[in-house]
Design a protein around this ligand. Structure first.
Ligand code: ADP
Length: 366
């Protein structure tokens, strides 16, 4: 019976538990044995109790649990070959040669490196007499399937990552709460939201809440944006708006790549518009709580697809990433998606903002 490992890695995201539940139950339904790897790559490197066989009932009710119940961690050892050697040994000892990883681009890159080194790692383990040839014979190929779990929606080639809509929902609720007090006192609020180098959360929060101005990493404002922002807010106020909401992505930058901070934006609103202005940094409430319906559905459908992908994969097919495109669950070559994601980041680093935007647009025209 084929053994399939499932793990969560990198930053936690709502919906990861639904993904693990779907993988566990679909594996069982397909006659396989699911194993949970606890604490991300740490569990692979350390093995022992951190690799545990899962039963149908072990994941009962997991759709409605936030965070990740099998834990996640950043694991330095796995970045180095000796760590991956220990991980390979632990997998062989547990009889696992297929891994479904729910994480961000870092985690999925690590998984692909692990797969590409697999044969060499096994040879080394046999040479070092840590394993016998007979132990490794039936595990000559490591199967990797990626599920993208990230609140940032920062992976190319998929319309949504698991967790992004839950986070967006939380941000919208929070801005609604702020709206009430902003309106009452006729105040301005500068709201900082997460997203790392991706502006999706900030942009969609801006659209969803009717924010006055939004700062994104991919599309820095033109020089002199201070006046432009103030003009727009003045116009909104002249139309009778009693509240001002400015959303700043945590990775927001100007055209010289200098960070745009919430406190600087606040200073401008106070000094140029004389607005009573407060800063709200939403912080980790954006990660917490239960997954929204969309993420539960996405994680469940993608978890099912991930098990199908494991069972259909061959040593010659590149590792797939389970995506969603135009409302269809799809498979994309994992490393192509990672490379495209990194290409967008490289454009921004080179101040080629038009290039970054056209790479993003190209995805939707595929
Ligand atoms: P995310 O998956 O959310 O992008 P990280 O980039 O922090 O988060 O990656 C999570 C973990 O994945 C790291 O702590 C490390 O164990 C592993 N990892 C990331 N990048 C690599 C890499 N290039 N090689 C091997 N392992 C990696």
């Amino acid at each position: 019976r084929k053994r399939i490992g499932v793990m969560t890695s990198g930053g936690d995201a709502p919906g990861m538990n639904a993904a693990v539940r779907a993988v566990v139950r679909m594996s069982i339904a397909k006659g396989c044995e699911p194993y949970a790897i606890f604490e991300g790559y740490e569990g692979l490197v350390k093995g022992g109790d951190l690799i545990k066989k899962m039963n149908w009932e072990d994941v009962r009710g997991w759709q409605s649990e936030g965070g990740t119940l099998i834990g996640t961690a950043r694991c330095k050892e796995f970045r180095e070959r000796p760590g991956r050697l220990a991980a390979a040994k632990n997998l062989i000892l547990s009889g696992i040669d297929a891994l479904i990883i729910c994480g961000g681009d870092g985690s999925l890159t690590g998984a692909d490196i692990f797969r590409s080194e697999w044969k060499g790692l096994l040879d080394e383990l046999v040479q070092n007499k840590e394993l016998t040839q007979a132990q490794t014979d039936q595990f000559q190929h490591l199967n990797i399937v990626g599920l993208v779990g990230s609140i940032d929606n920062d992976m190319s080639s998929t319309d949504a990552t698991i967790g992004a809509y839950s986070s967006l929902t939380r941000i919208c609720q929070s801005v609604d709460f702020i709206d009430a007090t902003a309106y009452s006192h006729s105040r301005a609020f500068v709201v900082e939201v997460m997203g790392r180098h991706c502006g999706w959360l900030a942009l969609m929060a801006g659209v969803s809440t009717g924010a006055d101005f939004v700062f994104l990493p991919e599309k820095p404002p033109a020089n002199g944006w201070e006046d432009e922002m103030c003009d727009i807010i003045r116009k909104h106020r002249a139309l009778g708006k009693r509240k001002t909401i400015v959303i700043v992505a945590e990775g927001a930058i100007d055209r010289e790549l200098n960070p745009i901070s919430a406190s600087y934006v606040k200073d401008i609103l106070v000094s140029k518009l004389r607005l009573d202005t407060r800063i709200t940094t939403l912080g980790h409430v954006q990660r917490g709580g239960t997954a929204c319906a969309y993420d539960r559905m996405l994680a469940t459908l993608q978890g099912v697809e991930a098990v199908e992908a494991v069972l259909e994969s061959t040593p010659d097919t590149p590792s797939p990433m389970i995506a969603i495109n135009e409302n269809k669950i799809t498979r994309k070559p994992l490393m192509d998606a990672v490379k495209l994601t990194q290409a967008v980041a490289a454009c921004i680093q080179n101040k080629d903002f038009d290039g970054a935007m056209s790479l993003r647009d190209a995805e939707f025209e595929e």
